[in-house]
Design a protein around this ligand. Structure first.
Ligand SMILES: *Cc1c(COP(=O)(O)O)cnc(C)c1O
Length: 409
């Protein structure tokens, strides 16, 4: 008699992006032929860097010849790429070993799978609002109670509210928690943590033998000084933090698929000495994962240095210019906006305390612009929307024009 994992039944209905797609398509059916301007999902839109494409084409050529063909590679990723990642971190003064890197098919699956290393009774803290993967993976992993409809939260999670008052970077929790998910620069708020803010979390984690899962998918969007690109820039972080990153937002790999996770050898927790968690993740990847695409890995290697790096930086600069246009456009119509400087996301407060899904509907209906309702990322997002700078420049400009001309607030 097979039975299901009943934790799935706890998942709050309607994952955010399918619900946006549902509302958008309903609206389009009612307004045939009217173009919709999408600044919703954080999906890249511009061409891959040329040097990345060249490297991948070369790999395809070598695959098409039996004398140079390669099949399965190392589950942890190809050595040349792991060594290039070591060198990439050295630029920020971070010394890691190649055996601490695990190349993957993207940060999202790693962010979802990493909780598997930890016991079911760990107490999980997340920033509120948060990227939904941290939440849902721990719900399915059995670390929460039921979804509390009134509060808009899961019982059993510790929510660290990111608010205007704290600049959207919360302080470490007052109570003891075991796992802490942090994302900086943050999706969805666009806020970025300072060295001291990250240090407070690292100090907390070492004191409480907790583990931080640090998502740095947007590290290449940091344009201002004083913000760490890696949590390992903070002393002591190797003992208490796992870092997850990706080529998706840095080099346009959303469709190509490539990311990495760092599990330092020094990482430990209550019942695991240094080395144990690194060995566990290695074990997990070797049995549950067969390595990232060898074509994608050549592309990733090209993105990390030389022309590929310069072209990737130019891609990031393109989106950051979109972000500037959005920030200015929304400010002009009187909205209060945050983020968009060290991040591709603008976090805009809804006018007159409007609920975020209502503002979503209003923007779609009156301006034909799709954004992401903040409430979908957690209760602290209920009076905000996330506006994404991933879009063609002309679309972004058009969306701002539509908002300027048609938004009545
Ligand atoms: C886009 C994004 C990722 C990247 O996911 P991939 O699976 O590598 O494409 C990871 N974390 C956050 C917070 C993101 O927004």
């Amino acid at each position: 008699m097979a039975t299901i994992n009943t934790n799935y039944q706890k998942l709050a209905s309607g994952y955010l992006f399918p619900e946006i797609a549902r509302r958008t398509s309903l609206w389009q059916k009612a307004h045939p032929g009217v173009p919709v301007l999408r600044l919703g999902i954080g999906n890249t839109t511009e061409a891959l860097p040329e040097a990345v494409c060249e490297a991948m084409k070369e790999k395809i050529d070598s695959l098409s010849d039996r004398t140079t063909y390669t099949g399965y590679g190392d589950e942890q990723g190809d050595t040349y790429l792991r060594e290039a990642l070591v060198a990439y971190y050295q630029r920020y003064g971070v010394e890691l070993q190649s055996t601490e890197f695990f190349v993957s098919d993207g940060a999202k699956s790693d962010a979802a799978n990493i909780q598997d290393l930890f016991g079911e009774h760990n107490i999980v803290a997340i920033q509120d609002p948060a990227y939904p993967v941290y939440v849902d993976s721990n719900v399915v992993g059995g670390r929460t109670g039921l979804f509390n409809k009134e509060k808009g939260c899961y019982d059993g999670f510790v929510y660290l509210a990111s608010t205007e008052e704290n600049g959207f970077i919360p302080e470490p929790p007052k109570q003891k928690v075991d796992l802490l998910y942090l994302c900086s620069p943050n999706n969805p708020t666009g806020a970025v943590a300072t060295y001291d803010q990250l240090k407070a979390f690292v100090d907390y984690a070492r004191e409480n033998k907790s583990v931080i899962i640090f998502d740095s998918a947007y590290s290449e969007y940091i344009t201002e000084d004083g913000y760490p690109r890696s949590i390992y820039e903070v002393e002591g972080a190797k003992e208490c933090a796992i870092e997850i990153n990706s080529f998706s937002k840095f080099s346009g790999f959303t469709g190509v698929r490539l990311g990495w996770t760092i599990v330092p050898k020094a990482l430990r927790c209550e019942d695991a000495q240094a080395g144990v968690l690194n060995a566990m993740w290695n074990r997990r990847q070797c049995t549950f994962f067969n390595g990232a695409s060898n074509i994608a890995q050549k592309g990733g290697f090209a993105a990390l240095s030389g022309a590929g790096y310069e072209q990737s930086r130019a891609l990031v600069a393109y989106y950051l210019e979109n972000a500037r246009i959005i920030r200015e456009g929304l400010s002009k119509v009187g909205l209060t906006v945050y983020g968009g400087v060290n991040s591709p996301y603008i976090w805009a407060r809804t006018p007159n305390g409007m609920e975020s899904w209502d503002f979503f509907d209003l923007l779609l209906d009156s301006c034909h612009v799709v954004v992401t309702p903040g409430g979908g990322f957690g209760p602290a997002g209920k009076n905000f929307v996330r506006v994404s700078s991933y879009g063609h420049r002309e679309q972004v400009i058009k969306a701002m024009q539509m908002i300027e001309e048609n938004l009545k607030i």
